[in-house]
Ligand binder design. Structure first.
Ligand SMILES: *Cc1c(COP(=O)(O)O)cnc(C)c1O
Length: 475
C-alpha cells in the first residue's frame, strides 16, 4: 500500500488502520511464547541498529513493508509487555490505553490550557483528582499534573517545594532522602538547583526502611550548622525491594521540623487500591506531594507519570509564566497544565488512563494489583523453601529479592556466593521464559523478581519458580 497523500481518504485510513491492527493483534497473541529477554545475537542487533540509522527517503514506501520492519525492531528488545517480564518495574502496555492514545493523537487537541479543550481538560483533571483523592487519600482541593514519568513528577515536586520553602536563596537548602531511594530524587534536586553536597543520604535500617531517628538527627545537625532543611523525600515502594518507608513517622518528623514531605510512590502508589496495599501505605495521605507512575502499576504505556499535590497553588506558584501571544487565552473551568509544570504544549495524557478506567472499571485494576501481591507472597514462600537460597525480606508489595546462601559468614564465602548468584541469574534468564534482574543489597549480589505486568499470572510464576529452583540446585 502506497498512500502518498498526507490526507488519506476514508478507505485508505481504514486499510492502513486495519493493517496496523493486524500487526498489533498478532504481536499481542505471540506475547506468551516470545522470548522474555532479547534473544538476538549481538551481530544481528548491530545490523538492525545500523539499518535503522538510515535517513528517510524522498519518496514514500509501502506500509506493509514498513510495519514488517517495525516488527523486526520491536522484536529486538527486552519483552517488557509480556508475562515473563519480572525484572524492571515498568511493564504492561494495556491494549485499551493504546486505543485511547490513537484517539488522542488523531483528534489532536491542545492540552496546555483548559480553555482550548475544556471538557478534555476536565477529563484529565478528573483522573488527577482520582489519583490524588481516590487513590492517595489527599483532601478535597488536591490535584496535580500528568507527566512523562516518575522522574519528571519528582522534579516538579522538588521545584515546588524549593519555591515554597526557600524562595530564591538556594545555597543553604538541604534535602533528605534515603540510601534506598531512587536516583531520580537526587537528580531532581540537582536539576532544581540544589547543591549536590546538600542532598543528604539517610541510612536505612536493616529492613531497608528510611530511618526516622537518623533523619531527625541529620536535620537538627544541619539546622544547627546554619543550613535550611526544606524537603524530606520518603519512598513508598523502593525500586530494589518494593519496601515502604515508615510514612507516618516521617510525615510527623517533616511536620515537626517544617519540611515539605514528598513521597515517591512511583512503584507503590496504586497498590493503595487494594486492602493490603492501603494498610502498607498508611501515612501516604500526610504527604504534601506524591509521585505516581501509571506506566508501572496501572499498566499504562511508557510516558505516563503523575504528580499529585495537596495544594496545587504551590505548583502554580513555582511554574507559572506567560507571554503576549497567550493574551487571548482566559481561564478554563479547571487548572491549566501549562501553568503547573515546565511544559507549555501539553499532550492530554489523561485520556490513556481515563478510557481504560471507565471501560474496565476500577475494580479490574484493584483485582489485578491484588493478584500481583498474592503472586509475590507465593514467590516469597516458595523461594524461602529452596535449599541454597536465602530470601532476606518479606515483600511489602510485589517484589521479592533472593540470593545464594554463603557456606559460612566469612567475606570469602559471600564473594563466592555472589559469583554463584551472577551465574544463577544468567542461567535463569537463558531459559528465555522469564527475565529477572539483580541489584546490590547490603553489598551482596541479589536477584529480584518484580511482578507488575497485568499479563503475569500464576502459571508463569509457577514456571519461574521451577526454573529458579532447578538452576539453584546446580550453581
Ligand atoms: C521507576 C521509578 C522512578 C522513576 O520513574 P520514571 O517513570 O522511570 O521516570 C522513581 N522512583 C521509583 C521508586 C521508581 O520505581
Amino acid at each position: 500500500m502506497h498512500p502518498s497523500s498526507l490526507e488519506p481518504d476514508s478507505r485508505a485510513m481504514r486499510e492502513m488502520g486495519d493493517l496496523v491492527l493486524q500487526h498489533v493483534i498478532a504481536r499481542t497473541e505471540r506475547l506468551p511464547s516470545r522470548p522474555a529477554t532479547n534473544a538476538h545475537p549481538p551481530a544481528a542487533v548491530a545490523d538492525l541498529v545500523e539499518s535503522f540509522l538510515e535517513p528517510p527517503p524522498a519518496r514514500g514506501g509501502d506500509l506493509g513493508d514498513l510495519l514488517s520492519r517495525l516488527d523486526e525492531a520491536a522484536d529486538c528488545a527486552l519483552e517488557t509487555a509480556g508475562p515473563g517480564h519480572l525484572s524492571y518495574v515498568p511493564g504492561g502496555g494495556l491494549y485499551t490505553a493504546a486505543l485511547a492514545e490513537f484517539y488522542t493523537r488523531a483528534t489532536n487537541r491542545y492540552g496546555g490550557f483548559a480553555l482550548v479543550a475544556p471538557a478534555l481538560a476536565a477529563l484529565e483533571e478528573s483522573v488527577l483528582r482520582w489519583f490524588a483523592q481516590g487513590v492517595c487519600g489527599l483532601p478535597a482541593g488536591s490535584g496535580g499534573l500528568m507527566t512523562s514519568g516518575g522522574s519528571m513528577a519528582t522534579f516538579s515536586a522538588t521545584v515546588a517545594a524549593r519555591h515554597d520553602r526557600l524562595g530564591e536563596d538556594l545555597a543553604t537548602g538541604t534535602v533528605y532522602t534515603c540510601a534506598s531511594a531512587h536516583h531520580s530524587v537526587a537528580k531532581a534536586a540537582r536539576l532544581a538547583g540544589i547543591r549536590a553536597a546538600n542532598v543528604r543520604t539517610v541510612p536505612h535500617t536493616a529492613d531497608q526502611r528510611m530511618d526516622p531517628e537518623a533523619t531527625a538527627a541529620m536535620i537538627r545537625a544541619d539546622r544547627a550548622a546554619g543550613l535550611r532543611p526544606f524537603l524530606l523525600v520518603a519512598t513508598a515502594g523502593t525500586t530494589d525491594t518494593g519496601t515502604v518507608d515508615p510514612l507516618p513517622a516521617l510525615a510527623e518528623l517533616a511536620r515537626a521540623e517544617d519540611l515539605w514531605f514528598h513521597v515517591d510512590a512511583a512503584y507503590g502508589g496504586f497498590f493503595a487500591l487494594t486492602d493490603r496495599g492501603r494498610r502498607r501505605l498508611d501515612g501516604l495521605a500526610a504527604a504534601d506531594s506524591i509521585t505516581l507512575d501509571p506506566h508501572k502499576t496501572l499498566f499504562l504505556p511508557f510516558g505516563t507519570g503523575a504528580l499529585v499535590v495537596r495544594d496545587p497553588a504551590t505548583l502554580r506558584a513555582a511554574h507559572d509564566g506567560t507571554g503576549s501571544y497567550l493574551q487571548d487565552i482566559g481561564a478554563g473551568g479547571v487548572p491549566d497544565p501549562a501553568r503547573l509544570g515546565p511544559e507549555l504544549t501539553h499532550e492530554i495524557r489523561g485520556l490513556r488512563a481515563w478510557l481504560p478506567l471507565h471501560l474496565h472499571g476500577v475494580d479490574a485494576f484493584r483485582a489485578a494489583l491484588d493478584e500481583k501481591l498474592d503472586l509475590a507472597e507465593h514467590v516469597h514462600d516458595s523461594l524461602s523453601a529452596v535449599a541454597g537460597l536465602e530470601v532476606p525480606l518479606r515483600p511489602d508489595l510485589s517484589t521479592v529479592v533472593f540470593r545464594v546462601r554463603p557456606r559460612d559468614d566469612t567475606p570469602a564465602a559471600a564473594r563466592e556466593a555472589d559469583g554463584a548468584g551472577r551465574l544463577l541469574l544468567e542461567r535463569i534468564n537463558a531459559h528465555q521464559r522469564v527475565a529477572l534482574s539483580s541489584t546490590a543489597l547490603d553489598g551482596r549480589f541479589t536477584l529480584r523478581v518484580c511482578v507488575v505486568s497485568h499479563r503475569t499470572h500464576h502459571d508463569r510464576v509457577t514456571e519461574a519458580l521451577k526454573i529458579i529452583a532447578e538452576e539453584a540446585s546446580r550453581v
